[in-house]
Design a protein around this ligand. Structure first.
Ligand code: GDP
Length: 363
């Protein structure tokens, strides 16, 4: 499964957030045989459509899609030089598919800030500088090798051009993710970027760990949003979230409403993370379960079928697809068929978000 690595300076609330992320009974109930690793938090993707389908089909249970977060040891200045946890830290980031940076934006005199003051933009720069330096080191080694290989006609010159542009971008203090349009224009394919093994090409998400004042401050949020663009960001109060997950659902809903928020921060983070990873869901529904399944955006019907069972992909014949909205409006599969809203799709069909699907296959 794709994972999102959680990074950030010490004392910004990473552990608090991660503990909240790992405390969910929904998953324990639905994935009893899943091996849960201590540093991986598997979080349900909130999807109100599942409850509606569950009512419609009188499903015994609801199974949401999930997003996985990995807790990566705290970054310190000098990580790129391999000090202390540095090497392990970089290796862990290399394995993650996206980087979620937790940034302190709460005021609390009892919690020491590593640099002595709360300055989100400054903290982001500190963390990103370490990642940028690590990438520059990687390129300092790779570029002379690539130059030689291009001279010997063993490597596509595009790879070298991308590496050199990357050096330029990083040298100016920018992450490669922020400059992805320029890299794309220079011919950087996902494969080239993967081969170069660079950290800052991964998609970034920022979590601003803030307090009541911050959650109510639209101007502050707009400023921070702009600071991190094109990366997506979420504003939440990690301490509040960790209290919220301890409550039963009704009390949690009430506490959330009392705080003036419409959606829990963890739910927002799950959604943003899922989207940042380039994922989408399709739905299945029946008396046994109503379920959301995870696929990559752009996947075809047979690929989607393969997520349910590899045999489904191999023996794929066709899929009966009803859009969620059409299904709910019709009230049942039979009614949707009667009004021509049930489509039969073949092996080239590209899945759309909200497709409720039944696959037909040979075994
Ligand atoms: P980490 O070093 O980044 O993992 O940070 P921790 O999660 O251990 O948090 C450091 C300290 O900050 C702890 O004392 C937490 O209770 C506190 N803390 C974390 N999040 C919040 C928050 O949103 N508000 C306040 N006031 N304190 C927080």
């Amino acid at each position: 499964a794709l994972t999102i690595g959680i990074v950030g300076l010490p004392n910004v609330g990473k552990s608090t957030l991660f503990n909240a992320l790992t405390r969910n009974d929904v998953l324990a109930a639905n994935y009893p045989f899943a091996t849960i690793e201590p540093n991986v938090g598997v979080v349900p993707l909130p999807d109100p459509r599942l409850e509606v389908l569950s009512d419609l089909f009188e499903s015994e249970r609801v199974v949401p899609a999930t997003v996985s977060f990995v807790d990566i040891a705290g970054i310190v200045k000098g990580a790129s030089e391999g000090e202390g946890l540095g090497n392990q830290f970089l290796a862990n980031i290399r394995e993650a598919d996206a980087i979620c940076q937790v940034v302190r934006a709460f005021a609390d005199d009892d919690v020491v800030h590593v640099t002595g003051r709360v300055d989100p933009a400054d903290d982001i720069e500190t963390v990103n500088t370490e990642l940028i330096l690590a990438d520059l080191q990687t390129l300092d080694k790779a570029v002379p090798r690539l130059e030689k290989e291009v001279r010997g006609k063993k490597t596509d010159p595009t790879v070298l051009a991308v590496a050199q542009l990357a050096q330029e971008v990083l040298g100016a203090g920018e992450t490669l993710f922020a400059a992805r349009d320029r890299l794309d224009a220079a011919g950087a394919t996902p494969r080239i970027l993967r081969e170069l093994g660079l950290l800052t090409t991964k998609p970034f998400i920022y979590v601003f760990n803030t307090d009541d004042a911050g959650l109510a401050d639209g101007d502050l949020q707009a400023r921070l949003r702009e600071t991190v663009a094109p990366a997506d960001c979420v504003f939440l109060d990690a301490k509040f979230e960790s209290e919220l997950v301890e409550l039963d659902p009704e009390d949690a809903t009430e506490m959330l409403a009392d705080s003036g928020q419409t959606e829990a921060g963890l739910d927002q983070l799950a959604r943003v993370g899922f989207h940042t990873l380039g994922l989408q869901t399709f739905l299945t529904a029946g008396p046994k379960e109503s379920r959301a399944w995870t696929i990559r955006r752009g996947w075809t019907a047979p690929q989607a079928a393969g997520v349910i069972h590899t045999d489904f992909e191999k023996g794929f014949i066709k899929a009966e697809v009803i859009s969620y909205d059409d299904l709910v409006e019709a009230g049942s599969v039979a009614a949707a068929r009667a009004v021509g809203k049930a489509r039969i799709e073949g092996k080239d069909y590209v899945m759309a978000d909200g497709d409720v699907v039944e696959f037909r296959f040979n075994v």
